[in-house]
Ligand binder design. Structure first.
Ligand SMILES: [Zn+2]
Length: 217
């Protein structure tokens, strides 16, 4: 028994949440979204429940963003070495947790919140609805990315790569923007990959409690 116990303790230590948090010296930025409510603010903290993984993401077969989305899913999965984020593409939008479209985001209805990114050649948006009274986030989350320079043009493909990677970061629970232009989650993103702060923030969002539950209505 004395031989087994240290092994068990080591296993607990390996799986402990504090070990999954970023290394010291890398500070996450604010990933929660503040929503004004009567008498104060509701600070939305969200990550996907483990039992919903792999997430179901829908994009049309012919959508030009499809390769960028496949890449973005693969890259975000590398940040979560314990499989806290996994996703797969599905064929039916009705069944999806996240839908992605290469179209201009529609006018925002009153209930929706939008996070917008403004790279030079293209724009991205992630729309979602939070019901603060019921502490729910309503599925699906809707991601859009569209060109600002016409259907083709120099830099558009990379802009789509950056923007889809960025918007998927929002859909994973980073419901805010970094104030540092070296981060993928900066409001006008220019880096095509993650900084240490982006990784730390994604892990923080995933390993701290959610205060909204995803629901389909
Ligand atoms: Zn954004």
């Amino acid at each position: 028994m004395r031989r087994v116990l240290p092994g068990l303790l080591a296993m607990v230590a390996v799986l402990g949440c504090s070990d999954l948090l970023p290394p010291p010296g890398v500070d996450p930025y604010e990933y929660r979204r503040e929503i004004p409510i009567e008498g104060g603010v509701f600070r939305v903290a969200f990550h996907w429940p483990r039992q919903m993984l792999p997430l179901k993401i829908w994009i049309a077969d012919t959508d030009p963003l499809r390769p960028m989305l496949t890449r973005a899913i693969a890259l975000w999965q590398t940040v979560f070495v314990y499989g806290e984020f996994r996703a797969e593409l599905v064929t039916e939008p009705e069944a999806a947790d996240i839908v992605v479209r290469n179209t201009v985001a529609p006018s925002l209805n009153r209930a929706s919140l939008r996070l917008e990114s403004l790279a030079r050649q293209c724009t991205g948006a992630t729309d979602y609805v939070v019901d603060t009274e019921r502490a729910e986030i309503v599925l699906p989350l809707e991601v859009y990315a569209w060109s600002r320079i016409g259907p083709t043009g120099e830099g558009l493909e990379e802009c789509y790569e950056i923007t889809v990677l960025h918007e998927l970061g929002h859909a994973l629970g980073i419901l805010n923007h970094s104030l540092d232009s070296r981060d993928l989650m900066f409001g006008d993103p220019t880096v095509n990959g993650f900084s240490e702060q982006d990784r730390a923030t994604a892990l923080a969002a995933t390993h701290h409690p959610s205060n909204v539950v995803p629901v389909r209505r």
